[in-house]
Design a protein around this ligand. Structure first.
Ligand code: PTJ
Length: 246
């Protein structure tokens, strides 16, 4: 990371790419994670590589949902662990959420490597090792979750999630917060709160909102949740991408 000069015009993008490569080398990130990163990077370029106002609204609504939840869980996959491990730990602390490693391409080796990596970044307890429950309507390996984690959570944050799993979680009746740079992908389309922003910017911003809202009344948090318009958030992002205005 030291080798990239900070004033390079594509600094953040290069840093992101480098972190994904390091994640693959460390056994944390799946090779498919590099393709996912490439797609994300293209959408971020079209968005102007900044948090658009409707994404900031979504990030505030996400913070309110997490603070209102009885049992919020933040899901971690190989890309999330490589890109924002410490930031996810901070968000969990700010909102009282649990962290759960939940992989699309599940192997015991990657689960262990990611749990260790999160612990190195300050996590205390990390769920995902038990895998003693299943998300209904998904094939066996891809449905594994912890019974006292994602399975019983009322609010879940699933960044860079696969569309089938996002749909299945939605069908379970969970309040779903998705971070995904592609507003047309199925996961943000089924989310209660679609955050169309780079996870690198999104997670610290959700944490900032959560810290700012920590002392707010329940009624105020409920107002933030009720006023958030998911359709508009998706339309705004798509318009921005199609406009070609950078
Ligand atoms: O670690 P695993 O085994 O759980 O696998 C994780 C990946 C991401 C490989 C897996 O879930 C996958 O293949 O996902 P997809 O279907 O490629 O979807 C990833 C989505 O995340 C795409 O819509 C990308 O545009 C988006 N994306 C990629 N990088 C970022 C991003 N969104 C926000 N921030 C990013 N940095």
């Amino acid at each position: 990371e030291e080798e990239i000069p900070e004033d390079h015009p594509r600094y953040q993008d290069l840093l992101t790419r480098h972190r994904i490569e390091a994640g693959v080398e460390k056994g944390i990130t799946h090779l498919q994670g590099m393709h996912a990163e490439g797609r994300g990077s293209a959408f971020d370029y079209l968005l102007g590589e900044e948090t658009i106002p409707s994404a900031d609204d979504a990030e505030r609504a996400a913070a309110a949902h997490l603070l209102l939840a009885d049992h919020p869980v933040l899901s971690i996959n190989g890309n999330v662990a490589a890109l924002v491990p410490g930031e996810m730990v901070e968000l969990a602390e700010a909102t009282g959420a649990d962290l759960e490693v939940n992989l699309f391409n599940r192997t015991p080796e990657r689960i262990d490597a990611i749990v260790d990596h999160l612990r190195e970044h300050g996590a205390d307890e990390v769920k995902g090792l038990e895998a003693d429950a299943h998300i209904p309507n998904l094939d066996h390996e891809r449905s594994k979750v912890d019974a006292d984690g994602i399975y019983e959570a009322d609010v879940v944050l699933v960044p860079l999630e696969d569309g089938d799993r996002a749909e299945a979680l939605d069908e379970m009746g969970k309040t779903e917060i998705v971070i995904d740079l592609n507003p047309l992908s199925r996961s943000p389309q089924v989310a209660d709160v679609p955050i169309v922003d780079n996870i690198i910017r999104a997670v610290p911003n959700v944490t900032d909102h959560a810290l700012e809202l920590a002392g707010a009344d329940e009624a105020d948090l409920r107002t933030i949740v009720a006023n958030f318009d998911r359709e508009r958030a998706l339309e705004d992002a798509e318009e921005r991408i199609r406009s070609g205005e950078l």
